[in-house]
Design a protein around this ligand. Structure first.
Ligand code: URA
Ligand code: SF4
Length: 203
């Protein structure tokens, strides 16, 4: 099995070409669990890129990033922050859904360091092609993929972190993490913090 996805990259990358090539990627074992590659979505000239962790159950079925419950929360937060989602490029650090069966349900499994590393050439190619001014890492997986394994979203969220990927890179909480908070007040506070971080990104 290939070490990472770079062997699958097309010689001359375009967004359409990358998407097509990624559909055939077998660089890590997740192509066996996921139904299909869920590639990024959005215009090639987007100034803002949002990077999530990996597709969830609904994304795996539809082939589109952030369209399930977390995506709906993200849509709402983006709208409140004054961001037009159709003008942003939305993608994930890992392009296949990792899951474990629990009864009839498919429970989200966290991608490991090897899977994140294997998939990173797709994310790097998306960033190189789109050259966004601002990148928002949604949660620890995206932040670790782009800002290194020592990055801690809980301690370093919100502000811009110097990096070679874009002029402005910031990390914030993942929408799914907000959905998992049981306590109403805490959940709403984290949602407002996400909106505030997105406002900073959009400014
Ligand atoms: N969570 C993610 O990180 N990405 C998606 O596309 C959906 C849920
Ligand atoms: Fe390729 Fe990424 Fe899917 Fe692994 S998760 S098979 S590296 S597209």
């Amino acid at each position: 099995m290939a070490e990472d996805a770079h062997t699958f990259l097309p010689a001359v990358p375009t967004l359409a070409g990358l998407r097509e090539a990624a559909a055939g990627c077998t660089a890590c074992p997740l192509h066996l669990t996921g139904t299909q590659t869920v590639f990024g979505q959005g215009p090639a000239d987007a100034e803002l890129m949002l990077v999530g962790e990996q597709p969830g159950d609904v994304e795996d079925r539809t082939g589109q990033p952030f369209v399930g419950p977390a995506g709906q929360l993200l849509d709402r937060a983006m709208a409140e922050a004054g961001i037009d989602r159709s003008r942003a490029y939305v993608t994930n650090a890992v392009k296949h859904f990792k899951w474990e069966p629990r009864g009839k349900r498919r429970i989200h499994g966290k991608p490991n360091a090897g899977e994140i590393r294997a998939c990173r050439p797709w994310l790097e190619a998306e960033i190189a092609l789109i050259a966004p001014r601002t990148i928002v890492c949604l949660g620890a997986t995206a932040a670790k993929a782009l800002l290194g394994p020592d990055f801690r979203v809980t301690q370093q969220r919100g502000g811009f972190t110097p990096s070679p990927w874009a002029a402005r890179v910031l990390a914030t909480i993942h929408p799914s993490a907000i959905l998992r908070i049981r306590e109403d007040e805490l959940r709403q506070a984290e949602y407002r913090a996400l909106v505030a971080d997105l406002r900073v990104a959009a400014a």
